[in-house]
Design a protein around this ligand. Sequence first.
Ligand SMILES: NC(=O)c1ccc[n+]([C@@H]2O[C@H](COP(=O)([O-])OP(=O)(O)OC[C@H]3O[C@@H](n4cnc5c(N)ncnc54)[C@H](O)[C@@H]3O)[C@@H](O)[C@H]2O)c1
Ligand SMILES: O=P(O)(O)OC[C@H](O)CO
Length: 340
Amino acid sequence: MPNTSTKRKAAVLVAGSWGTALAYVLACNHFEVVMWTRTEAQAKEISTQHHNEKYLPNRVLPPNITATTNMEEALNGAELTLFAAPSSAMRDVARAATPYVEANSIVVHATKGFEPESLKRMSVVLAEELGRPEAEIAVISGPSHAEEVILKLPTTVVVASQSVDVAEKAQEAFMNTAFRVYTNNDVIGIEISGALKNIIALAAGLINGLQLGDNAKAALLTRGLAEISRLGVAMGANPLTFIGLAGVGDLVVTATSQHSRNWRAGYMLADGTPLAVVLDRMGMVVEGVKTTRAAYELAQQYGIEMPITEQLYGVLFNDQPLDRSIEALMGRMKTNEMNS
Ligand SMILES: NC(=O)c1ccc[n+]([C@@H]2O[C@H](COP(=O)([O-])OP(=O)(O)OC[C@H]3O[C@@H](n4cnc5c(N)ncnc54)[C@H](O)[C@@H]3O)[C@@H](O)[C@H]2O)c1
Ligand SMILES: O=P(O)(O)OC[C@H](O)CO
């Protein structure tokens, strides 16, 4: 059915905390936003009660955000299509959406992670499923907790695409006085920094939980950024991206905020709570867990040293005691700061 409305429409797939917060930004910018969600109950809650209680408790959504479980209804006539699924679900969501994404719709994703088995970046997964050139896909990333975006607290992010036109159209759609959007063309760097900072945020939660002090936290962030950049550059990123909003900006906000699910998961792990119990208690996606495995494997593929990732991998997946990990990091061979 052709969309005869003159209002600009955006589709947001799916309705987790980040999809909902970005839907709110678009709604503030006068888009008619239709979210796609898996369950009728959530679609009804959003469309009729204007709440998404599980993912953004106590927040009222404006009436120009509705939700549906019908993919065609969500995507029909949308000039912008935003994918905000967890990385492990991106391919399935994209595959279900593919027949209905408008040919001229700007495609943006907001996901911070890699596809678990293939280790592919999200724009690669989307390009494969949607049958679009990678160059036409944009990623939105940067220091941005949904809990603050929904309160209209000042937030700055980056939209990256190899296509200047796509990046500028996405910038125009999202930007407002509470939500400042920069453009960038380094999709690889933006996607890698957004994914890998979650590993360091998990480790930061552990450091806080173990009360290892501010010196340790500062060292973690700095050396964390060094290993993120090393892998990123090996994968084709621009090194300068890592000192930008999606790099150091997002690393700081995720590793120092109690809003962060990754930080909170690390904090809970510090007292010995098993990973499965932590994830169950969180009830929301903690991308850093799967990303630790992905980065560990990518580091081996690219021959890159990532000592923090390696130690966290041991803690998460091989029951390595935390004190052994600290010893291993502090007892590494003497080296030059600029080497590794
Ligand atoms: N929450 C934030 O502040 C924030 C900010 C920036 C980026 N992100 C990124 O956005 C992505 C989504 O995170 P979130 O915070 O919205 O997660 P969330 O846990 O709040 O919500 C996840 C949503 O995905 C849905 N979902 C899960 N598996 C699915 C599947 N197989 N098919 C369809 N739907 C599925 C869930 O029902 C839920 O609605 C992550 O990559 C995250 O790193 C989050
Ligand atoms: O809550 P987290 O840990 O998934 O982090 C949220 C955002 O990525 C912060 O920019």
